[in-house]
Ligand binder design. Structure first.
Ligand code: PLP
Length: 376
């Protein structure tokens, strides 16, 4: 098994048998020819069920996470929804209390009518987790580092408790990527990705993926949901996501380095009240992050001195950063998170979330310094 960097550098680059092309062609055909005897010699029938570009992406994702099955969807939320749809009315789910707000939204609306019950729990507190299990708990949904407070969950400990109660552990690994953290190795059963973020990496493709530890059982159920319900990743998006993934290792090194330097700069800035970054020694999850991650990621949050108005004033001044939601692209982004999350958000009003891109860190630091100077 080659290193993940080698696998990534070649993702989607099996020479095409028809032409020798190094980069795979995009197979836009929705349908595939039958032989005279009625068989499908290449294994492809109809593109909702199987598509060569999607299959390539699914196999790459599974290899990166060390799982048995990869299943790709039209977005990260479609991937997560397919996991929730595998549960039955009456089942109980434990959700990290600061999971991506889209999870809270689908579970609070769509799946409330479906009859799933949900308990939101601080997964950094094992006592709270233990108290939340019921006789019908089927799934624990974790996300680490979390969004936007960068809380660190001890995945091995949560997996152990979850399995003791006969439930499965799913981990949203979007922020860490398989290069920084491999949840299946730590005991998780399901890994979810928004390909829209670091894996795609260029803010130009929407996609989602799941990797399951086992190819049977739940993976087959979810594969049926994918093919039958049809929220599939289209061939062009699969091709773009694979194109992005080929440079992931190089991008992430710069992004992690930028985040580390900027966290230290912000930590010493008089107009910054608090920095949330697991790479800082004073972060409550620092030791666990050091043990379960290879690096601390390219995301951080800060609270400026003041409230929503001061945070908006700082964001209004940036010139190198872009004011936008999302993350993981080549361009650095800054966002007032509380105003994009629906109320009742727990996100502090003075918080700005930052996604570091590939710019030179001196330019990023100078930009934040001049923007923070509006606070006097
Ligand atoms: C963006 C994001 C999602 C949702 O993914 P989409 O591709 O936008 O549907 C889920 N989890 C995390 C942590 C994210 O950042």
């Amino acid at each position: 098994m080659p290193h993940l960097e080698t696998l990534l550098a070649h993702a989607g680059c099996e020479p095409d048998p028809a032409t020798g092309a190094i980069v795979a062609p995009i197979h836009l055909s929705t349908t595939f020819e039958r032989e005279a005897d009625g068989s499908f010699p290449h294994g492809y029938v109809y593109s909702r069920a199987e598509n060569p570009n999607r299959n390539q992406l699914e196999q790459t994702l599974a290899a990166l996470e060390g799982g048995a099955a990869g299943i790709a969807f039209a977005s990260g939320m479609a991937a997560a929804t397919a996991v929730f749809q595998s549960l039955r009315p009456g089942d109980h789910l434990i959700l990290a209390d600061d999971a991506y707000y889209g999870m809270r939204r689908v579970l609070g609306t769509l799946f409330a009518t479906w009859g799933l019950s949900v308990t939101a729990v601080d997964l950094t507190d094992m006592g709270h987790l233990e108290a939340a299990f019921t006789a019908t708990t089927r799934l624990v949904w974790a996300e680490t580092p979390s969004n936007p407070l960068l809380k660190i969950t001890d995945l091995a400990a949560v997996a152990e408790r979850t399995h003791a109660h006969g439930a499965l552990l799913a981990v949203d690994n979007t922020w860490a990527t398989p290069l920084l953290q491999r949840p299946l190795d730590l005991g998780a059963d399901i890994v979810m990705h928004s390909l829209t973020k670091y894996l795609g990496g260029h803010s130009d493709v929407l996609g989602g993926g799941l990797v399951l530890k086992d190819a049977e059982g739940l993976a087959e159920t979810i594969r049926t949901t994918q093919k039958a319900a049809g929220a599939v990743l289209d061939p062009f998006s699969a091709w773009l996501a694979l194109r992005g993934m080929r440079s992931l290792a190089a991008r992430l090194r710069i992004q992690c380095d930028n985040a580390r330097r900027i966290a230290v700069f912000l930590g010493g800035h008089p107009n910054v009240a608090r920095v949330y970054f697991p790479g800082l020694a004073n972060h409550p999850g620092h030791t666990i992050a050091q043990a379960q991650m290879h690096d601390f990621g390219g995301m951080l949050s800060m609270e400026v001195q003041g409230g929503a108005e001061e945070a908006m004033a700082v964001a209004a001044q940036v010139r190198v950063f872009r004011r936008a939601t999302s993350l993981g692209g080549t361009e650095s982004l800054i966002e007032h998170r509380a105003s994009i999350e629906a109320p009742p958000t727990q996100t502090p009003q003075a918080l700005l979330r930052v996604s570091l891109g590939l710019e030179h860190n001196d330019d990023l630091i100078a930009d934040l310094d001049q923007a923070l100077s509006v606070l006097g």
